[in-house]
Structures are given as C-alpha cells and as structure tokens.
Design a protein around this ligand. Sequence first.
Ligand SMILES: [Mn+2]
Length: 437
Amino acid sequence: MTIKILHLSDIHMGSGFSHGKINPETGLNTRLEDFVKTLSGCIDRALTDPVDLVLFGGDAFPDATPPPYVQEAFASQFRRLVDANIPTVLLVGNHDQHSQGQGGASLCIYRTLGVPGFVVGDKLTTHHIQTGKGKVQVITLPWLTRSTLMTRQETEGLSMESVNQLLIERLQVVLEGEIRRLDPNVPTVLLGHMMVDNASFGAERFLAVGKGFTIPLSLLIRPCFDYIALGHVHRHQNLNKSNNPPIIYPGSIERVDFSEEKEDKGYVMIELEKGSVTWEFCPVSVRTFRTIEVDLSKVEDPQTAIAKAIAKHNIQDAVVRLIYKLRSEQLDLIDSSLLHDALSTAHTYTIQAELVSQLARPRIPELSASNSIDPIAALKTYLNNREDLKDIAASMMEAAHKLLADDEEMSIEPTTEKQNSQNRLLVSGVDTQMSLL
Ligand SMILES: [Mn+2]
C-alpha cells in the first residue's frame, strides 16, 4: 500500500518580527500571523488529502525558549494532526536545542505530555510508526553537536577539523547500527537536520578553516533508504539528481529574511512504497519581499530617479527595503517624505542610504574587494597592519577562533554564503568600516 507523507521543515515561527508590524486588531506581529497562516495551509493539505504521516525537519522556533503565545500558535496547528489521528515526527533542529544540551529542546514537551501519535526526534534512533496504510521506519538524526557523540576528554586538544572528522566517523558507526536493525521489507525514511555536502567523503574538506560541519552525501545514499527527508537549509532542493533515493530539503515554509527573497516556499508531498517513491514540491503563496536598489551617484536628478526605481516594482503588501547610493553633496536633493509616500502601500519598508566615497579604496590593499579571504585570515592581515593593537592581537585571534567554533556548535544558518559576502564587503573598502573592527 502507498503511504502518503507530508514533509515540511524550518518553520521558525516567531522570527522576522522586524519585517512585520503590530496588527491593531489582534495585538500580534503580522509576521507571526503570516507564519501561522502558512503553517495552517500546510496542515490543511495534510488533513484534506489526507496524508498518513507528517514529517517535520526541525527548527520550529528561532530558539529553544519561544514565548508562550508563539508556542501556542505552533501547538494549535499541530494539534489538528492529533485530532485527525495523523502520526507526526517532530525533529529537533539546531534552533530547537537549548545551549545546555541535555533534553532541553523546545519540542520535547510533546513527548512529556504523551501527545498521541507524536514522536520527538531528539536522538539518532529508529522509530517504527504504524500508519493507516501500514508500517514505516523513520530514523531520526537531529542536529549534531560535538557533545552528541563524543565526550569532552575525547576532543580535548584536537583541532576543529579533527573533531569534525571524528564526529563523522562516529556517526557512520551509529548509523550503521541502526541500518542493520531495519526490517528490509518496511519502507524507510531518514529524517535529518543537517548541512549535507555534495562532495565525496574525504579529509580535504575539513582543512578549510571556519568551514561549517557538514555531512557527506555519500554517507546518506544507501539502498535501505527510500527517502531522505532533510531540514536546515531554507532553499528547497533535491541533493541527489539520480533521485535514488531522493534527498530533499523542502526549505522553510515562509521567508525568514531577505536572503530568501527570490526563493519559492513550500512543502513536499511523498508517495512511499518499499523500493518505490515519488515526491512533489508544493509551493505555498507567501508574502513578497522586495529589494529596490538604485545608484544615484551619477544621475542629475536623484529624486526623480529614485521615484522611477520604486514605481518599477509592485510593492503592494510587500516587505520592502530601499537601498540607494549617493554622493554626499546630493544629500539635500532627496526629500525623504516623498520616499515615505511612495513606499506607503508596502506592508513594511526600510530605507537605507549609502554614501559613495570618492576615495573608496581600501587602506589595506590585501583586504580589497577583489580578494575574498576567510575571516581569520582577514583579521590576521588587519592586525598585522595595526601596530597599536599589537598587545591584544593574540587574544583577539584567540577570541575570533573561539567565536567561529561556537558559531558552528550553535547554529549554522543557510544564509552563511550571504553573510560571507557581507563580511567581504565589510573588509572591502570604505575606511569607516575598517575602524569598526
Ligand atoms: Mn537549522
């Protein structure tokens, strides 16, 4: 019998409030209302279809301690699956884990309360789930941290790269143990919250400093898995072009920030049988995010140019950011009240003016925009050029290493790429920015 599954992920309910406003009728942030509406649409689909199982790929909230009204908004949607007797697996993502680790995840309350049909995936283990259309095996692989599979003593003195390598070796062993105990006749899904690397399994990948912990694709492509359901990356994609098995990030259900401006949002519907699976990405309609960027530095009439740039876009009910570049002597030529008028139909908007420096050249040539260098190397170069910081240079380097290591432990956002480019921008030029370091 075919088992129907709805796979969704990265709900992040309660985030992005800065892109919303207070709804005077409800007193709630409109972005919370947007997220609830979208989640509600996903649950509607699960109920009307109906599906036999719902898989959530992790990151329910922006952190492990969401305010009660946000938790309740989340719970009241998932409650509808309980009422309809649809079994559901809630996987723990990095944002759901408490920094203290040990069982403090925001989703564990569903297990503690014994919510019927609900399984919380906070451990690497296999769940045998009885659906209306037969049995399914779901291996849950929550967000891994070093402390998940290793003790502090084991990792002491090891470089971050060796720790990551060791972690992957451990994971391979534990996963193998789960795989050996699988019933080969029952359809099997691996549900994981992680960054999966397209590259093959090799040590060279760990040599790059500051690179996040990733799991090699080769570790996941196993004939025993019929479908690999992922969470963590906010852009929908299938990592296995041969589709055997599909390795799917459904992506986030709503735009969390501007880095997701151009992405389609949605969930995935799966039809699963042992040895045969089909899946389909189902887009949902979410609020538009729109960046309007305009360079006024070379135009005669900046006010007209900026009005034209805005008029080109449909900004009705959208979250808008207007970024314009201009020379300092043009400042008086912009009437900001006219900008506010032009943007008034947007849901919310921000206006960001950037001065174009006539002398936009880097003080430290190695840190020019054309060189993309990792944060540690950039800091080192910078410190080498600052005699006055000599005394604290070593401790600054140490602190930076620590920050990057912590960052990996706590949360690696799919926006890393974008943040990298922002970092590059930061070191790329304008004098005032360098002095911020
Ligand atoms: Mn995540």
